[in-house]
Design a protein around this ligand. Sequence first.
Ligand code: NDP
Length: 483
Amino acid sequence: MPAALRSDLLVVAGRRQSARDGATTEVLAPATGEPFARVARAGPEDVELALAAADAAFDDGRGPWPSTSATVRGRVLGRVAELLRERAEDLAELEAWGAGHPIGDARWEVEAAARTFEYYAGAANKHLGTTIPIMDPGLAVTLREPVGVCALIVPWNFPLLIASWKVAPALACGNPIVLKPASLTPLTALALGDLLVEAGVPEGAVHVLSGPGSVLGDLLVGDPRVAKVGFTGETATGAHILRQGSDTITRTSLELGGKSAALVFADADVEQAAAATPMSVFANAGQDCCARSRILVERPAYDAFVDAFARATEALVVGEPLDEATEVGPMISAGQRQTSLDYLAIGAEEGTRLVCGGEVPERPGFYLSPAVLADASNTMRVSREEIFGPVAAVIPFDDEDEAVRVANDSDYGLSGSLWTGSSTRAIRVARRLRTGSLSVNSHSSVRVETPFGGMRRSGLGRELGLSAMDTYSEVRTVFFAEE
Ligand code: NDP
């Protein structure tokens, strides 16, 4: 436990300050269930101050940040990456306390955030307009311009990393940002606000408002000064945001829920697939939108897979975040753990077989041991609904067609994996699966260089890669008459 209760203020116009009405909220450490920080809670007056300053900082594209050359913006973002690396251990410890991440994962997350800023530092001056051949006498060009003030609303599962995925491309394109972290995990986002200013982003372009999404979200989304909303969170919240921003036609990108499938064919290296699967679903205690929470296994390999998967799952070290040996930490909250326990009860009623896990250890904090439910079918609630906890459903299938049909039979379409020893099957099945990302003979999901996002109710638009720059900029066409 940190020695003293941390106390953190909002970042408004680049400066730390209390909420105007003095309100604060406690932040709990998932590992203990006890408060370890007190954070300012923004309200309507703080949103107004932030939006007025951000709007002035944009100034129809003439403000200090949008008018900074893209090359210099890139240099500033490069400095953010350096600062993240310089403060990596402190930030990782803060994330371990605040989000319950095992310290090794938290270090990875800080480094991934630094790589995100590094990538967009390099991309800032390579996001190009075009010259288009036309029939009329004259010259037609397209310009890439910043979209305007960006409200960036992020969840608690990867607080610093998901904030970086939005903040870095938004700033690279020249936009002021208002970042709204999840109420459960505001600390690393607030720390990031300080780093942005220290690195040289003008103060008026940096705002981090912690506080309740139900209040701040509705004030930000639909305000005519907000040109773009970047959101990661629940599908229901995403739908609400789309409705809120509909009158103002607010540009919106959404990264939402998932119920991603891993397909394991009998011709795969089944031992290797089984050994790799636990962390594809139980990393971050299963609180990962890309979690392979449906595992589809071809019937001849089914029993061997379930056995090896359960053994590998039982070998995972569930423990305190600051313990270097820990592979799975606590869940974010008592409520989130209860949701998983409720789904385990539903799974039992639906006739699944609990092969391992599902236990609440006798210790403080929000721990739950990773649970494998075998003999599931894709019609069960445990296979259809996003649990967002350490619960995996293993479903048998008979042939390739059935595997593809079952994998695609979901409201979601975010991520997925395909394990096979046949390259022709890999090509066939990869083409037919309806997911935003897919890995073949691997469970990896996300890379900063490649687009990331979901089909169906998993989202709208793509983050990361150069695709993200498109969503944080407008394309304008200008025609110069020659005659
Ligand atoms: P929520 O949708 O509840 O919250 C996400 C963010 O939205 C939080 O900052 C929250 O604030 C805010 N929020 C809440 N209500 C509103 C509102 N009415 N208007 C605007 N913002 C609002 O999701 P969770 O935090 O519970 O995150 C878990 C979910 O995120 C999972 O469903 C998961 O699948 C999804 N997710 C998707 C990812 C992807 O890339 N596709 C990645 C990671 C998670 P507050 O905390 O104050 O309530």
